[in-house]
Design a protein around this ligand. Structure first.
Ligand code: NAD
Length: 248
């Protein structure tokens, strides 16, 4: 199997219909042990238990540097290795430029961008010492086309920042055999989008998607699996678009 013997941390993996949860499941199917890291301890543990035996659920707010460090220490204590980090935790706010308050800006930049940095900082020393590791950072098509239905301009900025951060870390840690790549999903049906799309909105959106459907979490999970596994052993610093052709 692709991830036999690997240990993967997936942030934001407690959300039932989310990309993180689907990614965790895809990894388990390929032999990995998973650490579900999310804001609520009970939910993180329930999500880990739902994956089967031998997985771990931990509470950590990715915007809290010490919480990230502590969570990684617990993972090391339990498993003694960390092969994969999926920086998936994210939030969005569907507001326009003139409506972005300082608090809006901080919240969205903090979770999406600061969280990606803090979790990466926590695992990179472990991966460097192991001389192996793969980090996948969740960006968004919003970074590339400047906004969308669900993401405000501050979300676009945060997700564009994630792309720069991923490339810089890829360059810095390539010599340590640690790969860092990014994924830019298009419109994926998860809790972020659930119940918010009218039929008229869907028809309109589909006109801009050559594959003529919205994405689902599994579409993104499959690409994360590719980037996390040795199938992508000579890829680092790349961004893979998972958007049904939205940018063609
Ligand atoms: P989701 O809301 O289903 O899942 C996000 C998870 O992140 C939740 O479990 C939440 O509790 C967790 N989280 C939020 N803040 C956190 C924090 N501070 N610390 C730890 N965990 C935190 O969302 P999703 O649609 O599965 O999105 C997953 C990722 O994919 C996000 O980064 C999102 O921006 C990105 N994305 C989603 C779409 C889409 O259409 N759904 C498109 C492009 C990118």
């Amino acid at each position: 199997m692709l991830l036999d013997g690997k240990v993967a941390i997936v942030t934001g993996a407690a959300s039932l219909r989310g990309i993180g949860r689907a990614t965790a499941k895809a990894f388990v199917a390929q032999g990995a042990r998973i650490v579900v890291l999310d804001l609520d301890e009970a939910q993180a543990q329930a999500a880990a238990a739902d994956l089967g035996q031998g997985h771990l659920g931990l509470r950590a707010d990715v915007t809290d540097r010490q919480a990230c460090v502590d969570a990684v220490a617990k993972v090391q204590e339990q498993f003694g290795q960390i092969d994969i980090l999926i920086n998936n935790a994210g939030i969005t706010q569907p507001i326009k430029t003139l409506d972005i308050s300082p608090a809006n800006y901080e919240a969205v930049l903090d979770v999406n961008l600061r969280g990606t940095l803090y979790m990466s900082q926590a695992v990179l020393p472990v991966m460097r010492a192991q001389r192996r590791g793969s980090i996948v950072c969740m960006s968004s098509v919003s970074a590339q086309r400047g906004g969308g239905i669900f993401g405000g301009p501050h979300y676009s900025a945060a997700k564009a920042g994630v792309l720069g951060l991923a490339r810089a870390m890829a360059r810095e840690f390539g010599p340590d055999n640690v790969r860092v790549n990014a994924v830019t999903p298009g419109l994926i049906q998860t809790d972020i989008t659930a119940g918010k799309l009218t039929d008229a909105m869907k028809v309109d959106i589909l006109k801009g998607i050559p594959l003529n459907r919205l994405g689902d979490a599994q579409d993104v999970a499959n690409v994360c699996l590719f980037l996390a596994s040795d199938l992508s052993s000579y890829l680092t610093g790349v961004t893979l678009d998972v958007n049904g052709g939205m940018l063609i």
